[in-house]
Design a protein around this ligand. Structure first.
Ligand code: PSU
Ligand code: MN
Length: 301
């Protein structure tokens, strides 16, 4: 086993017994939601995965160790520390580990650690992608490169239109990452079920999704697969309200010259402020919805 990695007993036993395991990220806890809703959500997500017959493996970096499977105390610790935990993408790992620091794992880093541990399915809210204006800024999330190279299936609710969704799909196409719509032809846009863009394939059952990913793994094609699961109708937001909030947030980020790894957390926090907590409630529900689907896919694998 990897000398930098600690797998919790529960996760290790599940993996050894061939039981389904679902990875979960920690940037969503530290940077994606305020305390204490972040901790409450993270613990609920773990419960939902268990209720659906799989074992949750929340992933983070704690005191210089890569962790697959956290204790509730460790989740509380990361949630309380919030923005004081370093947001850790692929490029951040070497220095954080060498220094013995903590790190909240993004989609990219969660995929890396999941793959090291032998976990194949991962549930989250939204992924990073090609930002609006990337033709000038070159701001493209490392999440997309990771999807291109690391064999983990990621269940998300699509991507927020803080990103350029059209360019994000083009990038994924170039990199050979299949974009699957669960029971939909249309790419969901996180807070809303529609985006105006089509996914590559619509698949209607967790078993069909598992079969496609099994084929990808079996052929040893490198990289993962992106499963987009629309937010439940009851929690989806008014497209005009959310689109105005996002436009305002992006404009403010540009005005303030926000760059690099700060961009996504800044935009997420702004949107939350502007929509006054409505977006947080939707965000929480779509994560639960993704956890359910991911557990079912993991069982099918
Ligand atoms: N998008 C969201 N919610 C999130 C993130 C993105 O709607 O919580 C987080 C995820 O951890 C994702 C990361 O992997 O931000 C992407 O950051 P960047 O754009 O800097 O690569
Ligand atoms: Mn970026």
């Amino acid at each position: 086993m990897n000398a930098y990695l600690d797998i919790s007993t529960e996760v290790l036993e599940a993996l050894q017994a061939g039981k389904p395991v679902v990875a979960l990220e920690s940037t969503i806890i530290s940077h994606g939601m305020p305390y204490p809703q972040n901790v409450e959500t993270a613990l609920n997500v773990e419960r939902i995965i268990r209720e659906n017959g799989a074992v949750p493996a929340t992933i983070a970096i704690i005191k210089g160790r890569l962790k697959a499977g956290l204790t509730p105390d460790e989740i509380e610790y990361l949630g309380k520390k919030g923005y004081d935990v370093a947001k850790a993408s692929r490029r951040d790992l070497p220095v954080l580990i060498a220094r013995g620091d903590d790190g909240a794992t993004t989609v990219a880093t969660t995929m890396i650690i999941a793959a090291m541990a032998g976990i194949r399915v991962f549930a989250t809210g939204g992924i990073g992608g090609v930002h609006r204006g990337a033709e000038v800024t070159m701001d493209i999330s490392a999440d997309l490169e990771e999807l291109a190279m690391t064999p983990v299936l990621v269940v998300c609710a699509g991507a927020k239109s803080i990103l350029d969704l059209g360019l994000t799909l083009e990038y994924l196409e170039t990199k050979g990452v299949p974009v699957i719509g669960y029971q939909t032809e249309e790419l969901p846009a996180f807070y809303t079920r529609k985006s105006g863009f089509n996914v590559d394939y619509r698949l209607d059952t967790p078993e069909e999704i598992a079969a496609a990913f099994r084929a990808k793994l079996g052929m040893d094609l490198k990289g993962g697969m992106l499963v987009t699961n629309p937010i439940p109708e009851a929690y989806s937001m008014d497209p005009e309200v959310i689109s105005k909030a996002i436009d305002d947030a992006v404009a403010e980020a540009n005005r303030k010259g926000i760059r690099g790894k700060q961009t996504t957390p800044f935009l997420l926090a702004k949107i939350k402020d502007i929509t006054g907590g409505d977006s947080l409630a939707s965000n929480i529900q779509l994560v639960y919805n993704n956890a359910r689907l991911a557990a079912q896919i993991a069982k099918g694998l």
